[in-house]
Design a protein around this ligand. Structure first.
Ligand SMILES: Cc1cc2nc3c(=O)[nH]c(=O)nc-3n(C[C@H](O)[C@H](O)[C@H](O)COP(=O)(O)OP(=O)(O)OC[C@H]3O[C@@H](n4cnc5c(N)ncnc54)[C@H](O)[C@@H]3O)c2cc1C
Length: 384
């Protein structure tokens, strides 16, 4: 891939840079609820100027930008240290899935409120006994006239407490082979039959939830991609999740490496030396800088695959796996630099260290991603 910007790409970058300078959102407030409101307002501000769905088609409220321009957009956000947007699951996964598999009516109905953050989305895939082996899920949907009646339990459902819509995969055919009997629904979260209970993480926050679904009603027209086709639609969602994670998060790593270098320059140990004067710390930092650059270049490789084939490929799994290792090593190094101060939960890096434990689980565990890379990228024999 040629990484030199064309004149029109340079113009695009400069236009967004000027916009960002004029619309600085300021620092994000502490606390999950306050941060959510802040990110929602930030998304609305971006959307009001047509910057929320940069690569989405213009007819659905997007800017119709190329994928390279979208990459430039993310790089500029990272350069400015801007916060992420509130409706992140819908922007990165739900919207692109609807654009690929939805009917025209669904696109007209759902895409615009995603961009404006009027309707927040969550992802109801994982269940207590079905995470990595998603196709074994047990939540069942039974047809009743023009509606489906859904009963089951979902878990680890991020932002379910803010969500209006849930991307829900349920079993609609009990007799079909496990990958074939699934259907992908958009479930309205605002009904009595859906109970959301928060789950507290090691950070103390309740970012995700359990969903108890007891005869929830979903209109037939809310099926995405056709009855019994849920596995293919869910794979589209997961591919977009990993591709976008790999691309967006490598940018966060670049920022974190810069911040950690600054921390190493300014943190003094018991001897009065700054951390950066310690050769072992310097070596670990340099290694992480190299890895951050490898992540960046691999994310462009993933972008090339999308430009060639129209959809993200299994390479996104490599980026997500590598990112989780780099993010966890960065946070661990920050703890060593902080020394005893790391024991104070008020320290931003202590929060990041605790949160980083989830990085190798969320969006697919590292073991599963290694299996995908082995089988689908390297072409090694299948495990089973
Ligand atoms: C912060 C966070 C947010 C999340 N948000 C959401 C969300 O919004 N929506 C949603 O649906 N889910 C969400 N998840 C769930 C996530 O997708 C699952 O946790 C993940 O897929 C793993 O499933 P599991 O927890 O059931 O673990 P399991 O699948 O039970 O795995 C347990 C262990 O066994 C290993 N293992 C399993 N199968 C294999 C195999 N074939 N080969 C080798 N090793 C294997 C795994 O790697 C893991 O170490 C979230 C998780 C986290 C941590």
């Amino acid at each position: 891939m040629d990484l030199t910007l064309s004149p029109s790409e340079t113009e695009f970058r400069d236009e967004f840079r000027v916009w960002l300078e004029a619309n600085q959102p300021g620092p994000e407030p502490a606390g999950e609820d306050a941060a959510f409101v802040f990110r929602r307002d930030w998304q609305r501000l971006l959307n009001a100027s047509g910057w929320a769905g940069v690569a989405w088609p213009k007819e659905y409220g997007g800017r119709g930008a190329t994928l390279i321009e979208q990459a430039i957009f993310y790089e500029e956000l990272a350069r400015a240290g801007a916060p992420s947007m509130a409706n992140v699951l819908a922007l990165a996964m739900g919207g692109p899935t609807l654009i690929a598999h939805g009917t025209e009516e669904q696109k007209q109905r759902y895409l615009s409120p995603i961009l404006s953050a009027q309707e927040i989305w969550c992802q109801g895939f994982s269940e207590p006994d079905s995470g990595s082996d998603l196709a074994s899920l047990k939540t069942r949907a039974v047809r009743d006239g023009d509606e489906w009646v859904v009963t089951g339990q979902k878990v680890w459902t991020t932002f379910a407490h803010h969500a209006k819509w849930c991307m829900l995969v349920a079993r609609t055919d009990q007799d079909a082979p496990k990958h074939k009997g699934l259907t992908y629904f958009l479930m309205d979260m605002e009904q009595e039959a859906v109970q959301v209970r928060p789950l507290h993480q090691i950070t103390g926050e309740a970012e995700f939830n359990e969903l108890f679904i007891n005869e929830a009603r979903i209109p037939h027209e809310n099926i995405v991609g056709g009855e019994g086709n849920g596995w293919a639609v869910a794979i589209t969602t997961l591919m977009h999740e990993r591709f976008t994670l790999a691309f967006g998060l490598q940018l966060q790593v670049q920022i974190a490496v810069r911040e950690l270098t600054e921390k190493a320059r300014t943190t003094r140990g018991a001897t009065g030396q700054t951390a950066i004067e310690d050769p072992v710390i310097r070596q670990r930092l340099s290694q992480l800088m190299i890895e951050a650059e490898v992540l960046r270049l691999n994310s462009y490789r993933g972008l090339t695959a999308v430009m060639r084939h129209g959809v993200p490929g299994p390479e996104g799994s490599l980026g997500k796996w590598h990112w989780s290792e780099v993010a966890q090593s960065l946070a661990a190094l920050a703890m060593d630099i902080s020394g005893p101060h790391a024991q104070l939960v008020e320290d931003e890096w202590t929060y990041r260290f605790l949160r980083s434990h989830a990085n190798s689980i969320e969006g697919g565990t590292t073991e599963i991603l290694k299996n995908i890379v082995a089988e689908r990228v390297l072409g090694l024999p299948r495990m089973r």
